[in-house]
Design a protein around this ligand. Sequence first.
Ligand code: 6LW
Length: 504
Amino acid sequence: MTFPNPLLPGFNPDPSVVAVDGVYYLVTSTFEYLPGIPVYRSTDLADWTHVGNVASRPGQAGVAEVPTGGGVWAPTIRYRDGMFYVIVTVAMSPRGCVVFTATDPAGPWSDGTTLDGINGIDPDLAWGDDGTAYVTFSGLATGGEQAGRHLGIQQARVDLTAGKALEEPRSLWSGTGLKFPEAPHLYRRDGRWYLLIAEGGTERGHSVSVARGPAPQGPFEGCPANPVLSARSTSRPVQNTGHADLVAGPGGGDALVLLGMRPLGATQAFSPLGRETFITPVTWTDGWPQPEPVRLAARDDAVEEAFDFAGPAALGDPGWIAVRTIPAAVASVAGGRLSITGHAGLDDPRPQFVGRRQRHLSAVVSVTVDAADGAGGLAARYDEDHWVALEARGPVVTARARLAGLEQAWQATVAPGEVELRMELSPPPDGFTPAALGGDRIRLLAGGTLLAELDGRYWSAETCASFTGRVIGLYASQGTVRFGGWRYRGSDAGTRDRGDTFIP
Ligand code: 6LW
């Protein structure tokens, strides 16, 4: 089997996948962004369509008050008896461990039921042969007095209808001793139960380990070859590989869908797009899964995306996201214009911003802006403390770069009326020059004039440490700003594993 990799580029961490009647559905984490939990659909496990989002109504995920990096962590999608289930932790929030259901994965999804007694992250849902529902999770406390405490991988039988654990969580096998055993998934296969987990942390040490046992509650025995997958201490172009879910491919072979990153440059230090979804084939030896190292094989086709805001349907595209609220609460669309009324800046935890995931390392994003009645423009955002923007206010456009409380600005006066704002993003050059050791290039242009060229290392996952990814979008910080003609062109053509990459 050959797959494109990344499978789902851009901010798409912690993937979970289920196959039902030859159709695959995949979900990923969204943290403080809404709508939450994108649902991607595929019939071949290679080409995916974003068909909807689980948490399309603000009350479902309840992320209005979560701290940055909190919110929707690591959903699991499963299917049983005509019903799809997504179980997820809304971290650092009283919402806790929530189960959503739907008969159509495109939605609508239920309001969600909190499961009392499951205190941790990364919940998995599995049913035993007798129909008992088991939630297996990582016993990390993300709030309260116990915040930071980690009890390893735990499990409890649950009543999904009543919304409660039926027992005190029990400890299961928790890996080989690497840090943060997490992302457990349970599978039944050939008369055995397999417990797949991640360990080593979501950074460069990220790994996949596996154990097996006779029953869903164990006892579990670890695979002698653990961790069965990791890119740690290698120069592979896809790093941080872990947090995996197992699925049968259309050709009969198995695959892991998993989290990975594409750190750039000779030192592989900075990943502009954050944690993405990858895939790798799995073979079985002596009843143990052996995943292949994750290969980089980006799609060669360029992606062109255009929104002309002719009618409200433009914002109905499931790829628009906003911060701690839904896009429709921030922006409105009519007559070929998207309008945003602003009352806070991008440094506010609730900016008036709607955006889309940057999915390609080479991308050009442009929009026209009319800022006669306000201030706002085009921004690439990681969080409230890490963003770059082209901000128009009347005839003046300011390029602004914000990084951990530091800010710099470059100003230009352009002709009054509508002006084109444009962001050009590209990987660093090859080699060992200072530029080659940094992040991607970010060029900020207004009306065709270059205002600033920045080293994207400061707006990359490793610097921002915010779990999310780069989101590029439109905002207003004051008054009403009108936008026309959104264009995104992205390409990763030719980015593949180099022949000289050493794969043991
Ligand atoms: C997630 C944990 C992790 O819950 O990071 O990659 C956390 N691993 O499994 C947030 O994505």
